[in-house]
Design a protein around this ligand. Sequence first.
Ligand code: B12
Ligand code: SF4
Length: 451
Amino acid sequence: MVVKFILPALTEAKGIYWRSIKYSLFPPLGLATLAGQLSDADEAILEDEHVQELNLDDHPDIVAIQVYITSAYRAYAIADHYRRNGVYVVLGGLHVTSMPGEAEMHADTICIGPGEDTWPHFLGDFRKGKPRNRYFSHIRSLDALPLPRRDLIRKDLYLVPNSIVVSRGCPHHCDFCYKDDFFKGGKSFYVQHIDRILAEIESLPGRHLYFLDDHLFGNRRFAMELFTALRGMHRVWQAAGTVSSLLDAKLTETAVASGLGSIFIGFETLKPENLSLHRKVHNNRTDYDLVIRALHGYGVMVNSSFVFGMDADGPDVFQKTVDWALSRGLETATFHILTPYPGTRLYEHMMAEGRIVTQNWDLYDTRHAVIVPRGMSADQLEEGYQTAYRDFYKFSSILQSVATKESLPFALRHFLYTTGWKKLEPFWEFIIRKQHVYNMVPLLERLLSHR
Ligand code: B12
Ligand code: SF4
């Protein structure tokens, strides 16, 4: 049986915000994970539209498509095309889970929730000639999961082929997050066995790892065990954690000793009232400085993330946030406009208040105001968002931020990391076109391991 896995391009990948490096970072790990569950007799094909042209003229037995909210329309068009040609189409992923009624109009089968149990269940039924229209995920365990089929991934097309996920979900319940809806009907935070993780890591070449887990530090015992085991493996790695978890000195020190080079933190907002409004209770505003100082003290770079347009935000939020981030020497920042994803509590809440202005999913890319904000107009919100990006990544701003670093090597590293990420677009374009992006990994490793 021939099974084709497709990751359709996000809207942005075809539009004015296209940044080739952003979409040449991570391979389609979710689909490679599903491919790992095929039998040896099956043939698997994996195509990622962010980095390659799709071949839509083939006729596999099954096409399995991953649907994100901002790739939904593209995914549906691909699905419709294959179905017209008589190919069996299965859709799954985040958007299918939050909008099953919409997705099933474009599929023979939809899978709701994580795919580790629904996908093999579907495959078994398909082989018997009796596939169902819908599969719901109930069993939440990663214990018997085969390794992802990394051989299907064109390693040369990605800067971070060594991305890895060792848990699913998160112990928290922020009201704007996809996770409570996605994992409903079962556990919403679970981890893999350490031995299984180490075996996967052993199989990854080079030193760099990027843990794509929502919250790698979310289960302290597990994280301690993992970081301790990683210590002897000479790796350098990046991941995401929360403010409160990273204040745990023992845990963070163990992470650093095992190769932590930079950490993604969702600070989201500088206003405590916004934090409690959105149930981001594990972020204590008074801890922000403490955690940044501690991480910089260990030589760990901070990739920060902020959301604009929460109810307590006024038109001054953009400048204040940028000024604060620069004064704290944060190495990178991503900014987002508050976006209520269907299925979240935020979505229900905004719907009930009549504040959702469009259901054009292409606009749910966190760059557009799809809600009526409280403290400013939608135009102010979109303009402020653009200004924040421009102001944070101006050369003068980068130098201001770099100047907060206490030693020359840290200042130099900060400069190279930030400019490399945001100021070298033509360079990345060239490297990606020539298919040399993977050759840049040693440089990234050096930047991350330099303390
Ligand atoms: C890597 C990543 C990216 C990469 C995507 C590259 C890629 N190859 O996928 C990049 C950097 C490009 C990216 C961009 C964005 N991202 Co992003 N990203 C992630 C991240 C951190 C990891 C994805 C991953 O690999 N997960 C691990 C694998 C194992 O899980 P999975 O892919 O979901 O697959 C499983 C299931 O979904 C299911 N499944 C999936 N497909 C299918 C298909 C079938 C047939 C079946 C049966 C099952 C199935 O089975 C798989 C195994 O369980 C997630 C967070 C997360 N934890 O998932 C956010 C996340 C997906 N991103 C998110 C967002 C908001 C964005 C941005 C909009 C942010 C921004 N403004 O920049 C942009 C998109 C820009 C745009 N215009 O659309 C949100 C999505 C919200 C939503 N409801 O869609 C998430 C959930 C983060 C969050 N916590 O809010 N992102
Ligand atoms: S901490 Fe992050 S992953 Fe966890 S619920 Fe909040 S936003 Fe989602």
